[in-house]
Design a protein around this ligand. Structure first.
Ligand SMILES: [Zn+2]
Ligand SMILES: [Zn+2]
Length: 348
């Protein structure tokens, strides 16, 4: 089968690899219909995540059609359209039972190599994908949710929703989303589910601010001046009740803790590339809660239900699609933010 594999020299390439196949009775084999490129894949390509050998099939965001199931799989059958969570957990350990599967010691990200895929699950940017523990990993896609939308629910929307959920947004709150990349844009849609009065969206690119506005947010353009002053002016000097930090920019974090009201919450899901100054005494004096984590995979089925009932539509985030054969060009476009791309899809 054809697949995107990690190559030497901080590259990916499209290669012919052995077909994925069922290995255990709890596996499913899924024929990929749409996969998405994630910034994590770019980090893997550039060698920032150790323990992934050249030749490894990469990618962890995909949807497809079940081709075959192991004898112990009961929740899906051949022909079903399915979305997978990006990393599979065991389902039975204390963390999984507490609905915090991201803390599972067996957590196994597709294409994560020895370091991050203890279940040996290969990446999903391939014609066929072996899904371990299929009853836990897969979620049926409702008929009225297209693949191009479903593929953004398992990782992008679930991370954005996690940011909003951890911020404990209350009805009538003023929420700020910092950074309008794919996760930040999903965080805007997620924030609305909690009944805020306003959502403000900070960025400095017209195309991102345009989608933020399409999602009902008030755009705050970094090029127009200090975002803290803009948020304070828009909230009668009170500040935001919650800031969802999705930019991973250390300056943006400093802005977040200056625009949050006392006893508000800053919820961080963007990974920071630079060290972050943490003014702990100010945060203590002001009772500001800073929460941070990557996501919670247990939200995916309820998010799929929101999509089914038209309460979220993430499809404007999928700006580009390439054939799997053209994955190298797709990675270049995505990594270098060319052609105003937000999220780049791959189709066999
Ligand atoms: Zn991802
Ligand atoms: Zn577990």
């Amino acid at each position: 089968m054809k697949a995107v594999v990690l190559a030497d020299g901080n590259r990916v390439e499209v290669a012919e690899v052995p077909d994925a196949r069922i290995q255990r009775s709890t596996d499913a084999l899924v024929r990929m219909t749409v996969a998405a490129i994630c910034m994590t894949d770019v980090h893997i390509k550039n060698g920032h995540i150790p323990g992934i050998a050249p030749g490894t099939v990469i990618g962890h965001e995909f949807v497809g059609v079940v081709e075959e199931v192991g004898s112990a799989v009961t929740s899906v059958k051949p022909g079903d359209r399915v979305d997978s969570i990006p990393a599979v957990s065991c389902g039975v350990c204390p963390a999984c039972r507490a609905a915090t599967p991201q803390n599972c010691p067996e957590l196994s990200m597709y294409g994560g190599g020895e370091a991050m895929a203890p279940m040996g699950n290969d990446g999903v940017q391939a014609e066929l994908v072996r899904v371990p523990l299929a009853d836990l990993a897969l979620c049926a896609i409702p008929d009225n949710v297209p693949d191009e939308q479903g593929v953004l629910i398992g990782d992008m929307l679930s991370t954005g929703y996690h940011a909003a959920n951890e911020a404990r947004i209350q009805t009538g709150d003023a929420v700020v989303v910092s950074g309008c990349g794919p996760v930040g844009l999903c965080a805007i849609l997620a924030a609305w589910q909690f009944g805020p009065r306003q959502v403000f969206a900070i960025d400095m690119f017209d195309n991102r601010l345009a989608v933020a506005e399409q999602f009902g947010a008030v755009p705050i353009d970094l090029r127009a001046g200090d975002p803290v002053e803009q948020v304070l002016a828009a909230t009668g000097g009170r500040g935001a009740d919650a800031v969802l930090e999705a930019s991973g920019n250390s300056k943006a974090f400093q802005s977040a803790i200056r625009m949050i009201r006392r006893f508000g919450t800053v919820s961080c899901v963007g990974l920071f590339e630079d060290p972050v100054e943490f003014p702990i005494n100010t945060l203590i004096y002001h009772g500001v809660k800073v929460v941070m984590s990557l996501g919670n995979l247990s939200h995916v089925p309820r998010l799929m239900d929101l999509a089914k009932h038209g309460r979220v539509d993430v499809s404007p985030i999928a700006t580009h699609a390439f054939a799997l054969d053209e994955a190298v060009a797709a990675y270049d476009l995505f990594e270098n933010h060319k052609d105003q791309c937000l999220k780049v899809l791959l189709k066999p």
